[in-house]
Design a protein around this ligand. Structure first.
Ligand SMILES: Nc1ncnc2c1ncn2[C@@H]1O[C@H](COP(=O)(O)OP(=O)(O)O)[C@@H](O)[C@H]1O
Ligand SMILES: O=C(O)[C@H](O)[C@@H](O)[C@H](O)[C@H](O)COP(=O)(O)O
Length: 213
């Protein structure tokens, strides 16, 4: 059952997704600041890039995209971590229930294909089991924000951070892998114009977040 308004029970998973250099980390950190400082929520920021192996980072640095076989263990580690963050928020004590209902986990992660998004969304599904029988329903709700950027802006931003492992040579493989999320057919997806200035993006995401929180 879809819960709306202020009735979400349990923590919220707010995913900032999109291609390399679309602004996931930057926007995720700004959202962290806004939700924690301005709105007094308990916020945990998770950087998806922190879960890549050294070999995968080196491969992406050479401009070679990851395969599905390389991405699945990475996604599993991220999902395990996101589940573990909130699993200590046990439901039986009133104070902890209050904490749970004010906890937002922000995840910056590309999630280029729908199957990757479906896998992460299972963290907030109401079903009682998944294929592997784990990590279901630990979040009350998920919201996946897709930063939809033009190629020109992605190249510009990738070139603006010369010390990052992912440079503009990775972009073509990201375009090749991308399955753009369609909010009409995919649950809990919001698409924003990622070419906008950062605070305009944050403001638009916060508006949409308020509608579900
Ligand atoms: N809306 C924006 N406008 C201008 N520059 C941005 C914007 N969002 C991010 N950036 C900059 O673009 C670069 C890539 O952003 P980053 O957050 O590292 O992307 P990602 O995490 O998606 O790879 C960084 O230098 C960042 O400061
Ligand atoms: O799924 C993938 O192909 C990779 O995970 C990839 O998305 C990677 O995480 C970033 O693109 C590189 O790091 P940035 O997103 O920070 O550029």
């Amino acid at each position: 059952m879809r819960r709306t308004g202020h009735q979400v029970q349990g923590p919220i998973l707010l995913v900032v997704m999109g291609m390399s250099a679309s602004g996931k980390s930057h926007i995720g950190q700004l959202l962290n600041r806004e939700l924690a400082h301005q709105q007094g929520l308990v916020v945990t920021f998770v950087e998806g890039d922190d879960f890549h192996s050294k070999a995968c980072v080196a491969q992406m640095h050479r401009g070679q995209g990851l395969s599905d076989a390389q991405r699945w263990p990475w996604l599993e580690a991220i999902r395990d971590h996101c589940a573990a963050i909130v699993s200590s928020d046990i439901v039986s004590h009133t104070a902890i229930v209050a904490h749970r209902n004010r906890h937002v986990v922000i995840l910056a992660c590309s999630l280029l294909k729908q199957c990757y998004r479906d896998y992460i969304r299972e963290l907030a599904t109401n079903a009682s089991t998944t294929a592997d029988g784990q990590h279901v329903g630990v979040y009350g709700r998920a919201m996946l924000v897709y930063l939809n950027c033009s190629r020109q802006e992605l190249v510009r931003r990738a070139q603006s951070r010369p010390h990052h492992f992912a440079n503009d040579s990775l972009l073509q493989s990201q375009f090749d892998a991308l399955e753009s999320p369609n909010p009409k057919t995919e649950e809990d997806v919001v698409v924003v114009d990622g070419d906008q200035r950062d605070m305009a993006i944050v403001s638009s995401i916060l508006d949409k977040f308020q509608a579900i929180y």
